[in-house]
Design a protein. Structure first.
Lengths: 489, 487
């Protein structure tokens, strides 16, 4: 119980400290807060690993009167991934500020916003109540929009406003669905809802909540806000926005469909979700292929990579007799969430280093930069391997598990999406790689300290390590996993 | 200990690879001793195991990833055949590469990926299950890319791009084939042939085609061979390794594994896949030779010759009669020795005499006798002159074709021999008979380049002369076929 409270309150306390403390102490406070929260996340994960899911009833009240929190395997896996990405982003932001000198807006605003975002993410990971999840989601959206617009440039503010529009529409749709659910059943706890007596309005409620969450997850065709927003933010913020923020709404979606209302799934709805995911993979990949700026390529790649997760809806279950494992597609999708988080954060942080070195992220300006920044070039290549889904990375484990389910369930069309998406990723990531590793000598790039370069390399190595050591995370994800994930929707 | 040996063999090239990346450019002594030390250690381990395996000991180590994904390293006779080749040639190529590059830039990157490439080949050879084979197969793709692109000039980068454009769809196809098969049969271990009765013949044929396409890209089976001739833009040591042990051999080895250890020769024949595959291999043999004839650049001619020669291995595997199997397996070694000799020589001609094209070879024989003799031995071996290595392979393939009831293969072998002669003999004629141009230069004052070449050239005679001995490649191939795959 204590570790969970620590996980939720430490980032909030640190956020307050970064506002209240004098200017010189702010960055240090953020660093200490990040370190402490990382330890808390690992602590929770260890407890869950050893003793199973951990429950916390706020105020001692049981649902439906009180609000329940629970850390299961999925929560803590996301919690640890988030903590790693957050700590890396805090470190990268400190090194960036030391090198390039941020404006006063960024220097003041970035720490409390990052930490507030972190607290809200942790809250969403463990909440079991639909309204509580809404509150968390709103906090995430607001701090994320502020991070997009923090530079104050016209372009960033415009991207932030567009993001805000989508996020608020999504929130309203989700809230409408929550209200419908509450008026029909008088409760919002996920476990209680699973045992409810279904009523006709449930389909509408689930549809509204899903639509709202899709808009926030930037699933095709609601993705238009994501690339400009993620490209406009400062690099450490982009890393959080792309790697973590869409994962919160995605997690709620998974919890809704697999835990709260699995009975509402129909063949058509699953096909729609999977189909939109497939379109996102293709469309995001195609658009990434034609971008001229690194950050936009990486941002469109997020649209494509999130699409894979949606294949879990039609593919879940479908256990073949020959499979030695169960819940392959569901676990594969969760692996995708984790490995994409690490790899994408690493990629945005490398983009930040390139921008610090040459002041631009146009592919033409990045030519030959890997010679001056070999560690960063290597980190980019490693995270590219994960995003392409090549072994032995975490992305490969994800694809392997999902593809096996597709074949075992005789739904081979989805396997084509997985294979084609991987090749498309190879194509769009090849362009920045070819630019970075070309023989051109860049015009005197600014020196970037090695410790800053090491940050994305660590994240990329973790993304690969997730595949190399996939047995433990696989087992962790099975703790408290809904049975439906194995049986299929 | 038995579990650790395969891991040690893998680490003997993996650890030097990882450490090399962190060695600064001017740390020549450390880098060279690390890479050579790893190669020597590996050779020692391989020789130790050669004796144990011949007695029937099995070394095995496994490492579990997510369920269904198990990396299984297992030393069987076939694996040992392949790692003996890669271990020996890695050692020689490292010596050659150290001399070749001298003080050129980015050496730590080069040797890091070079050793990584060898580590992937080793892992692929030692893989005891389909999925571990795939993982190392893909690692090989990734570690070879920086080697092909090493010079970072336009042709190298274009070649590297072409390489990936072929290799990545190829491995995606392989992954689909593996998952399709395993979704019905469960994880496939090479020791226990999977139960194929769950699948209908149409699916089995489709999966087989996907397998062959997947590994066929690396084996450069026509029409999937386009990347190989363009990859000769890479530095000479890379081409040598690529053509002799690493990439094309990995593909050919994959064909052998799929046919013998996944499908089984009998199933392949009863599904009616044997003769079509033999047909494709024959087309590749002839087409590669015809294209080789048309090339004016030495390395390009050698590259097309590789396209042709590697399909001998595929042909032997496809015919699947015991003698043809022996011919194919032994060619895995023989082609490696001959082709690495030829590419070593091509590199020396380029480095020491500035000769890239065939017409530059005129009269070089007198000026560079060692290299020219080695080149001639490699070329004559390729043509199949007894008692050189190539003769042994062709002889067994021919006998095997008759045994398999496919006498038309003899015509293919004969035509290929004539074509080999047609594209190699003019080179020898230029080297030894034609007078040198007035401004010709060239010397052999580079023992690091010449000595490895002489050793591999001597080996092409040795494996032919000593073919009857049990530890020769031929003896080993016989052992594999009689122990594992014999009727």
């Amino acid at each position: 119980m204590t570790p969970m409270i620590a996980l939720l309150t430490l980032p909030l306390l640190a956020a307050l400290a970064t506002i209240a403390l004098p200017r010189r102490a702010r960055a240090a406070a953020a660093g200490i807060g990040a370190g402490a929260t990382l330890l808390a996340a690992i602590w929770v994960a260890v407890v869950v690993w050893r003793t199973g899911p951990m429950d916390l009833m706020l105020g001692g009240w049981q649902p439906p009167v009180g609000i329940g929190l629970r850390a299961d395997g999925l929560s803590v896996a996301l919690g640890v991934m988030t903590a790693l990405v957050m700590s890396a982003a805090v470190l990268a932001a400190r090194f960036e500020h030391a090198t390039t000198g941020p404006g006063p807006r960024i220097a003041f605003g970035i720490w409390p916003l990052i930490l507030l975002l972190w607290a809200a993410l942790n809250a969403v990971f463990v909440s079991r109540d639909l309204f509580n999840l809404y509150v968390g989601l709103e906090l995430i959206s607001l701090s994320a929009v502020a991070l997009v617009a923090i530079s104050g440039k016209a372009q960033a503010v415009a991207a932030g406003l567009r993001y805000l529009l989508f996020a608020l529409t999504g929130s309203l749709l989700y809230l409408a669905g929550v209200v419908l659910t509450y008026s029909a059943h008088g409760m919002l706890d996920i476990d209680l809802l699973a045992a409810r007596t279904p009523v006709p309005t449930d389909a509408l409620a689930l549809g509204l909540m899903t639509a709202g969450l899709l808009a926030k997850t930037a699933l095709f065709p609601f993705h238009v806000w994501l690339p400009p927003a993620h490209a406009a933010a400062p690099a450490p913020a982009s890393a959080l926005l792309s790697a973590l923020v869409p994962k919160a709404s995605l997690l709620i979606l998974v919890r809704l469909w697999f835990e709260a209302m699995p009975d509402m799934a129909t063949a058509a709805s699953l096909l729609t979700l999977g189909g939109l995911g497939a379109l996102a993979v293709v469309w995001g990949g195609v658009l990434a292929l034609v971008q001229a700026r690194l950050k936009l390529i990486v941002a469109y790649s997020t649209v494509a990579q999130l699409g894979y997760v949606f294949l879990a809806f039609p593919l879940a279950g479908g256990a073949g007799a020959a499979q030695p494992w169960s819940a392959g597609a569901w676990t594969g999708a969760m692996f995708q969430i984790l490995s994409h988080g690490l790899a994408k954060a690493s990629m945005f942080l490398t983009a930040g280093i390139f921008i610090a070195a040459v002041g631009s992220d146009r592919l033409g300006d990045l030519r030959g930069l890997a010679r001056a920044l070999p560690m960063t070039g290597f980190a980019f290549a490693l995270s590219a391997i994960t995003l392409m889904g090549l072994p032995p990375s975490g992305g490969f484990t994800a694809k392997y598990l999902m593809m096996t389910s597709a074949f075992a369930a005789d739904q081979r069309g989805w396997a084509a999406v997985l294979v084609g998406g991987g090749l498309l990723a190879a194509a769009y990531l090849y362009r920045p790689m070819a630019a970075l590793f070309s023989a051109d000598i860049p015009a005197a790039p600014r020196a970037v300290p090695r410790r800053w370069q090491a940050v994305p390399l660590w994240l990329a190595a973790l993304a690969v390590g997730l595949g190399l050591m996939s047995a433990a995370p696989f087992d962790l994800l099975q703790i408290g996993r809904p049975d439906i994930a194995a049986e299929g929707l | 200990m038995t579990a650790n040996l395969p891991v040690l063999i893998l680490l003997s090239s993996l650890l030097p690879a990882i450490i090399t990346f962190f060695i600064p450019q001017d740390g020549h002594a450390l880098r060279n001793s690390l890479n050579l030390g790893g190669a020597v250690l590996k050779l020692g381990l391989i020789i130790w195991m050669l004796f144990a395996i011949a007695d029937g000991t099995v070394y095995e180590a496994s490492f579990a990833l997510a369920p269904g994904l198990v990396i299984l390293l297992r030393v069987d006779a076939l694996a040992l055949l392949f790692i003996s080749l890669s271990g020996t040639l890695w050692f020689l190529t490292t010596i050659y590469a150290i001399a070749y590059f001298g003080g050129k830039p980015e050496l730590s990157r080069f040797f890091g990926f070079f050793s990584l490439c060898v580590a992937s080949t080793t892992g692929l050879a030692l893989s005891g299950s389909l999925i571990s084979f795939f993982i190392f197969f893909e690692l090989l793709t990734l570690s070879t890319w920086p080697l092909v692109a090493h010079k970072q000039d336009k042709p190298s980068l274009a070649a590297a791009r072409t390489y990936l454009a072929y290799a990545l769809p190829g491995s995606a196809t392989l992954l689909v084939a593996i998952i399709w098969l395993e979704s019905s049969t469960g994880p496939v271990l090479f020791t226990e042939p999977p139960d194929l009765s769950e699948l209908d013949p149409v699916s089995l044929r489709a999966i087989f085609c996907l397998f062959i396409i997947g590994v066929g890209v690396k084996a450069a089976i026509v029409p999937l061979h386009g990347w190989l001739p363009s990859a000769m833009a890479a530095p000479a040591p890379v081409s040598s390794l690529l053509h002799a042990v690493a990439v094309v051999k990995a593909g050919a080895f994959g064909v052998v594994r799929v046919i013998y250890d996944v499908y089984g020769a009998e199933n392949m024949a009863s599904l009616g896949l044997s003769m079509p595959l033999a047909g494709i291999a024959s087309v590749t043999i002839l087409w590669g030779s015809v294209r080789a004839l048309q090339q004016g650049e030495i390395k390009k001619r050698l590259a097309y010759s590789t396209v042709s020669q590697v399909s001998y291995i595929v042909l032997g595997a496809a015919l699947a009669s015991p003698l043809a199997m022996i011919g194919g397996l032994v060619h895995l070694i023989h082609q490696g020795l001959m082709k690495i000799t030829l590419f070593f020589c091509a590199g020396i001609f380029d480095e020491r005499a500035g000769v890239k094209r065939i017409d530059g070879l005129n009269g070089l024989g007198a000026r560079m006798p060692w290299t020219s003799v080695c080149f001639s031995l490699g070329a004559l071996g390729m043509i199949g002159l007894p008692p050189l290595a190539g003769f042994v392979s062709k002889f067994y393939l021919g006998l095997g074709a008759l045994e398999a009831g496919a006498p038309w293969v003899l015509a293919v072998l004969a035509a290929s021999t004539l074509l080999n002669a047609a594209y190699f003999l003019p080179l020898l004629y230029r080297l030894w008979i034609l007078p040198a141009a007035a401004d010709a230069s060239g010397d052999e004052r580079a023992p690091g380049l010449v000595v490895p070449t002489v050793i591999t050239a001597a080996a092409t005679i040795g494996v032919g002369l000593l073919a009857a001995s049990p530890i020769s490649p031929l003896g080993w191939a016989r052992l594999i076929v009689t122990q594992g795959y014999g009727p």
